[in-house]
Design a protein around this ligand. Structure first.
Ligand SMILES: Nc1ncnc2c1ncn2[C@@H]1O[C@H](COP(=O)(O)OP(=O)(O)O)[C@@H](O)[C@H]1O
Ligand SMILES: [Mg+2]
Length: 324
């Protein structure tokens, strides 16, 4: 089979999270070759007409959609699958509609709420300016469209004592958040990632906060994900071993993750990020419909933990794309 790897164009000097697609493509191309498929690469740029022509000329049997942003902007992520759907080309991962619904975090939270899946309370600027009641407390200021912990560091966490402080804090933070952000209730507690492969929930992973100063927010910020030399990176190892006391919680996480898979109509692969509060209640932070497939990232680690080879996971993602 001829497979096109459809990916972000990596600009010279691009930050580490953008460069990562190159690592993913090398690993996926090798896995595809192992299972007997040839592949080539086509970047997705803002010149959609030229991209459409390249895709048509390549005459692929399947497109492996790795587009996470276009022109460095996460808010354009759905143009990749939208273009593929308009060209009637089969592709891996979720539909364009599911990509919008999961990638726009405030929108995804509305969908979660509608499906009665717990997600932390949140405010966008519009709702703040129309005087929504803001409960004083701790909030995290996040980008609406960017992922990979872009714009997240210790200063993302704010303590609000008076309601009107939240809008001011969010406005001041917008330049770090690609211009569009929201404030979300901070869940002080454990963090879990649940990966799903073709509808099968893989072993849950916990991100452990190791050696964090008590005053430092326990979040997986940009440095924790991308700066291997930082204390945040070395201080956030992943673990798959749990005491039996965690069994009920882990079952709960598995069932909520699967509920997310079905409520967004996902396909191929996904990862659901959770925090668990002091009472042991899981809260969905986000649903990643195209999580990073680098061999050293969380999805591949969960695949390995399930006793599955990386290339077998790629084979199942390819197979699931043809399920439509
Ligand atoms: N409401 C929250 N409470 C506590 N920590 C949070 C919350 N939202 C995000 N975080 C922290 O920030 C990290 C990144 O947030 P997330 O919503 O997963 O966005 P992304 O991974 O797409 O950048 C999480 O892994 C978590 O450590
Ligand atoms: Mg996340």
């Amino acid at each position: 089979m001829r497979v096109v790897l459809f990916h972000d164009e990596v600009r010279p000097g691009a930050p580490a999270d953008e460069q990562d697609v190159l690592v993913q493509m090398d690993a996926i191309a090798a896995a595809l070759a192992d299972i007997g498929h040839e592949s080539c690469r086509i970047p997705c740029t803002l010149n959609l007409e030229a991209v459409a022509n390249s895709l048509r000329d390549a005459k692929p049997h399947l497109v492996f959609n790795l587009v996470e942003s276009i022109d460095g902007q996460g808010r354009l992520i759905h143009l990749g699958p939208s273009l593929l759907e308009s060209l009637r080309l089969p592709f891996t991962g979720c539909s364009a509609a599911a990509m919008v619904a999961t990638s726009c975090k405030p929108l995804s939270k509305l969908v979660l709420q509608g499906a009665r899946i717990d997600t932390p309370d949140w405010h966008v600027l519009d709702s703040l300016s129309s005087n929504t009641a803001v409960v004083p407390g701790r909030y995290i200021l996040k980008s609406s469209w960017e992922h990979a912990s872009r714009g997240l560091d210790d200063a993302s966490i704010v303590n609000i004592t008076k309601p009107d402080q939240l809008a001011a804090a969010l406005k001041a933070r917008l330049p770090m958040l690609a211009g569009d952000g929201f404030a979300e209730a901070y869940i002080d507690g454990r963090e879990f990632n649940l990966s799903i492969l073709a509808g099968e929930v893989l072993p849950p992973a916990e991100i452990v906060f190791d050696g964090f100063d008590p005053a430092k927010p326990r979040i997986v910020d940009y440095a924790a994900k991308w700066d291997a030399a930082s204390p945040e990176y070395t201080g956030t190892p992943r673990r798959f071993e749990f005491p039996s006391a965690d069994r009920a919680l882990l079952d709960d996480l598995r069932s909520v993750a699967l509920k997310c898979w079905h409520c967004f109509g996902l396909r191929g692969y996904a990862r659901v990020d959770f925090r668990v509060d002091g009472e042991g209640r899981p809260w969905v932070l986000e649903v990643n419909a195209n999580p990073c497939l680098s061999p050293d990232a969380g999805f591949a680690a969960a695949v390995a933990q399930a006793g599955c080879e990386y290339r077998e996971a790629i084979r199942r993602i390819v197979e699931d794309a043809r399920r439509v």
